[in-house]
Design a protein around this ligand. Structure first.
Ligand code: TNX
Length: 543
């Protein structure tokens, strides 16, 4: 008898084991949710499937899902407010216990229902992004979704991607496409680099010449600038002789900001100062140290001419610009640049030197700090915060500034230790204008450096050097796409994809859940979606 029981026991448990081990469809989810339990079976989405919505504050997300299903599967689901007595359905619910985590969500797919649960609209939006990654690529009358239970929340609060629209201009439609990619990977910040030496790209009503003159350059250097042995620019540089320009009207900006908002993405505009400002000075040379005249930069690199820090009218000019900018961008942060400001002009400018003396500043580094702090006061007076590149540490950090650490991680560490908020974006591995292969001859021209997908994936934005209570100042990280050598949107796609996907997982998924091999397996599935979307992603990782 004992023996029979034992045999039956073994048979039952091996049957159960076999069931558990039944292969489930591998999922191409990116970023990997923090808890995923797959089971067998699938939910069949048909035109009879209903969406049950009991809370009207989620209407927007439901219509987003419905319009996606309509476009891709020609399905328009009926939205009801009570549970249907028959047929399958999707239901939008809220968690019983609210903890104020508005980006968290859970998504449970079983054979009869799909249950979305989120406290906030952003969380619900993310649950839908996850669902979209579970949908089949082919259109059919019955859309099968694999059964799975997901419980998810992001690791970091700042999940950013940047795009330089100054060196090369991208249309608002292209910018919106870029925002779509961000939304797909659950990024929540779009850092819009709108101003640099080579082009001013945002309409400012009070200063029309900024776009009339500053958005145009008469030509562009071909390839990389060359230098003589003594570091002076070479005369051998070649130019294309083709006028280049473009800008966003305030209406365009509003449209892009609203579009991003509908996808829970905050747009952080960057208005560079005191350096990287030659395009603005070409339009308004009075705000420089020498008075000009200037031309919008036609080559890459940094211009010697910067805003004059000794001239009070420079500050009024910038405050008037920022006032219009702050009206257009509802987010908390305004990026004021602050990077790579050459000090040569300030050193010989009587007004700048007088300012140094009057304000009892030690040197030009402290003058830069004075500049940023004065701008900060204005921005703070309008209820907003500034964020700047790590050079704003030099000469002393403005009291409330947040910092973007790009020249390695030291700046970020120092700022966090001083209790300032930080976004980590060190060149390696966060600069997506660097090469994706060691063999540069097989790659399109890039700025330099080697920054492969694996390095991006392996990144941990919280530096080990920080103590626990300092680490909380690390808001997250960001990928930067500088476009000196990125002349069109297809190349933006090539440089940012799939590195953006890898970074999304760095920012969303807990380190102990991450695994590069598993990521590559999911990425291979996911590339079919990119193919369908027509994204020109780099295939280096397949080699
Ligand atoms: C440095 S990152 C810059 C940019 C360039 C970039 C090229 C930063 C704050 N400044 O102006 O486009 O390198 O990689």
């Amino acid at each position: 008898m004992k023996k029979i029981c034992l045999v039956i026991g073994i048979l039952i448990s091996s049957a159960l084991f076999a069931q558990e081990k039944m292969p489930v469809t591998p999922l191409g989810l990116i970023p990997l949710p923090n808890k995923v339990v797959q089971s067998n079976g699938e939910f069949k989405l048909t035109k009879e499937t209903k969406i049950v919505l009991m809370n009207s504050s989620f209407e927007l997300e439901v219509s987003y899902l419905n319009s996606y299903l309509k476009t891709n599967y020609d399905l328009e689901l009926q939205v009801v407010s009570v549970l249907p007595s028959d047929g399958n359905y999707m239901i939008i619910t809220e968690p019983e216990v609210k903890v104020g985590q508005l980006e968290n969500y859970s998504l449970n797919v079983n054979q009869n229902q799909i249950l979305f649960s989120a406290e906030g609209n952003a969380g619900l939006f993310y649950s839908m992004q996850t669902l979209l990654q579970l949908l089949p690529l082919q259109k059919s009358a019955e859309v099968k979704i694999p059964c799975v239970q997901i419980k998810d929340s992001p690791r970091y609060a700042w999940r950013g991607m940047h795009l330089d629209c100054s060196r090369h201009f991208f249309t608002k439609e292209e910018v919106k496409k870029y925002i779509d990619y961000l939304a797909m990977y659950k990024f929540n910040v779009f850092h819009w680099h709108l101003v640099d030496d080579q082009g001013w790209r945002i309409e400012i009503k009070k200063y029309p010449l900024l776009t009339k003159i500053g958005s145009q350059r008469k030509e562009t250097i071909i390839g990389k600038p060359a230098f003589n042995k003594d570091g002076t620019p070479s005369k051998d540089d070649k130019y294309d002789g083709i006028a280049y320009g473009g800008f966003y009207t305030q209406e365009d900006i509003k449209e892009v900001v609203a579009y991003a908002k509908s996808k829970y993405i905050t747009v952080v505009p960057e208005i560079e100062m005191p350096g990287h400002s030659l395009a603005a000075l070409a339009a308004y040379p009075n705000y420089s140290c020498t008075g000009g005249p200037f031309e919008t930069f036609t080559k890459w690199g940094v211009s010697d001419d910067v805003y004059c820090a000794g001239n009070d009218s420079t500050f009024l000019f910038l405050e008037n610009i920022l006032s219009e900018v702050m009206d257009l961008f509802p987010g908390k942060y305004i990026h004021i640049g602050g990077d790579e400001c050459l000090k040569d002009r300030w050193k010989v400018c009587p007004k700048c030197q007088k300012r140094i003396a009057d304000e009892k500043l030690k040197d030009e580094s402290e003058l830069q700090s004075y500049f940023i702090t004065r701008i900060e006061k204005y921005v703070n007076s309008k209820g907003k915060q500034i964020i700047g590149w790590d050079e704003i540490l030099e000469g002393g950090l403005a009291p409330n500034a947040a910092l973007m650490s790009w020249r390695g991680t030291e700046g970020g560490i120092a700022a966090a230790q001083q209790k300032h908020f930080v976004v980590m974006t060190p060149g390696k591995p966060c600069y997506f204008d660097h090469y994706q292969s060691k063999d540069k001859t097989k790659e399109p021209l890039a700025i330099g450096g080697f920054n492969p997908l694996a390095a991006v994936y392996a990144y941990n934005p919280t530096p080990q050097a920080l103590l626990e209570d300092e680490s909380k100042y690390i808001m997250g990280a960001q990928g930067n796409v500088w476009t000196e050598y990125i002349t069109d949107f297809a190349k933006v796609q090539y440089m940012s994809m799939p590195r953006m996907a890898a970074l999304s997982e760095v920012l969303w998924t807990l380190p102990e859940k991450k695994n590069y091999k598993d990521f590559l397996m999911r990425l291979k599935i996911h590339t079919k979606t990119l193919d369908k979307m027509g994204v020109n992603y780099s295939k280096q990782f397949l080699k």
